[in-house]
Ligand binder design. Structure first.
Ligand SMILES: Cc1cc2nc3c(=O)[nH]c(=O)nc-3n(C[C@H](O)[C@H](O)[C@H](O)COP(=O)(O)OP(=O)(O)OC[C@H]3O[C@@H](n4cnc5c(N)ncnc54)[C@H](O)[C@@H]3O)c2cc1C
Length: 425
């Protein structure tokens, strides 16, 4: 029997990436895991979240699929925002296509995903109220020293930066990597379905209503047996954002602020917006950053989820990416655990599998941005611009992105192992 090295792993951040990593790593008996979360208690900001095939695949591996309930997306409508006219039925949608195994794509409350993951995390490994303020490489085979806002410190063999888009772990490893404000702001709210039942003209199927400077999104977030809450997002493009409003997520926004961005929409949308109680909206000013060449550092730190690829929710699947990262990292550690350089070797594998995956996403976004830019220049009229934008949504849901939305992370791992064994023959 080969001796397995005991490893201490510190996870920074308790979002989908951190919780997913904690579950996957805790299953390895030679790994001791501690998760540090800055919030004083479990808390999830945001409204709804899409769970597609890729997310289901990894949720099954984490044992958390059963706990995630939401509204089946079925078909999603893409509409002309000014008239409500459906421009296409997203019939071939990857993210929205019904699945045969009962795990169809859903839109769920974010709190449901968080609760399902939390339930699988072994008791006692999460420390709340632990905001990481700095981390230090303390030398070969000595690990990483972590310093928290409350003055306490910890040392770990491996640190996983799962601390989201404004990651301090990323900023420490790569101080030259900078985020920028994209100008894209999302205003989000969950409201009771009962509060809109009188608006009989409003179509309550999942839909995007495209305007010139943004879009309006509506979806249920509960399955048919509940139907308590629904989600509304107003997206505004080309915003000039006060830097103070990008410092934190989910800051309260007034109704006046949101309504000022919805003047061009169909009267049914405007009527619906009127029912939203003052104080309910939360504002998310998007920030993004360039693709990182390395998603690891010091041979003992990994970046996962939004910390590793600050894409600003571009594919609406960032929670799945974050959980996939955590699961793959656990497989890589399991695979290398008998090596004298376990952590370094595992990080190399993690980089080899996940680095090119994120590069491919960035590449796709660059090409899409170029294509949309051309359309704006060539077609000044509203209808052409909206058609072009909807065509992009068609690409998102039309199968071309199955490598994202249908990603089977277990298969990815099998492919890696098979290729490695093939290379050794
Ligand atoms: C408007 C919007 C809509 C989106 N819609 C979808 C969607 O439909 N589907 C989808 O899959 N994804 C969606 N995403 C993306 C998704 O929310 C993220 O990609 C996902 O939450 C990333 O998970 P994470 O674990 O990497 O980071 P996060 O969820 O951001 O979690 C990071 C955690 O780290 C903690 N933390 C941060 N700094 C510190 C510190 N210094 N010390 C200790 N703890 C710290 C935070 O409190 C937080 O709990 C959307 C994003 C946005 C902005």
């Amino acid at each position: 029997m080969v001796a397995r090295k005991q490893l201490s792993v510190a996870i920074i951040g308790g979002g989908p990436g951190g919780l997913g990593s904690a579950i996957a790593l805790s299953e390895l008996p030679y790994v001791s895991v501690t998760l540090y979360e800055q919030a004083p208690e479990p808390r999830e900001v945001g409204a709804g979240i899409s769970i597609g095939r890729n997310a289901w695949n990894v949720l099954h591996l984490l044992g958390a699929a059963e706990g995630v309930k939401g509204a089946k997306k079925g078909h999603s409508w893409q509409r002309n925002g000014r008239t409500g006219e459906p421009a296409n039925l997203d019939a071939a949608s990857g993210p929205g296509k019904p699945e045969e195994d009962g795990y169809a794509a859903i839109r769920a409350r974010r709190t449901r995903l968080q609760a399902a993951l939390l339930e699988q995390v072994p008791t006692g490994i999460i420390q709340f109220n632990k905001k990481l303020v700095s981390l230090h490489d303390i030398g070969e085979n000595k690990g990483v020293r972590l310093v928290f806002k409350d003055g306490t410190e910890a040392i770990a063999d491996l640190v996983i930066g799962a601390d989201g888009i404004r990651s301090i772990v990323r900023r420490t490893l790569f101080p030259d990597h900078k985020l920028h404000v994209t100008g894209n702001t999302a205003f989000r709210v969950l409201i009771p379905v009962s509060s809109i039942e009188h608006l009989t003209q409003f179509p309550t199927s999942t839909g995007w209503w495209h305007g010139l400077n943004g879009h309006f999104y509506f979806s249920h977030v509960d399955d048919e047996s509940e139907r308590e809450l629904c989600e509304i997002t107003v997206r505004s493009y080309n915003e000039t954002v006060d830097p103070e409003r990008t410092a934190t997520w989910a800051i309260p926004a007034t109704n006046e602020r949101v309504l000022a961005r919805t003047g061009e929409y169909d009267p049914r949308v405007k009527e619906l917006l009127q029912v939203i109680p003052e104080g309910s909206w939360r504002e998310f000013a998007m920030v993004a950053g360039p693709c990182l060449q390395d998603i690891k550092g010091w041979d003992k730190v990994a970046l996962i989820g939004d910390a590793s690829h600050p894409l600003s929710g571009a594919f609406g699947s960032g929670a799945a990416f974050a959980m996939e990262d955590g699961w793959i990292l656990a497989r890589a550690i399991e695979h290398t655990t008998t090596s004298d350089t376990t952590v370094k070797d595992a990080l190399d594998i993690f980089q080899e599998i996940r680095g090119p995956y994120y590069e491919r996403m960035y590449d796709f976004l660059d090409k899409r941005r170029d294509a949309l830019g051309k359309t704006r220049e060539e077609n000044a009229d509203f209808d052409s611009i909206i058609r072009a934008r909807i065509a992009v949504f068609g690409v998102l849901g039309g199968g071309a992105l199955d490598w994202i939305y249908k990603n089977d992370i277990k298969q990815t791992w099998h492919d890696y192992v098979a290729a490695e064994q093939g290379a050794k023959l």
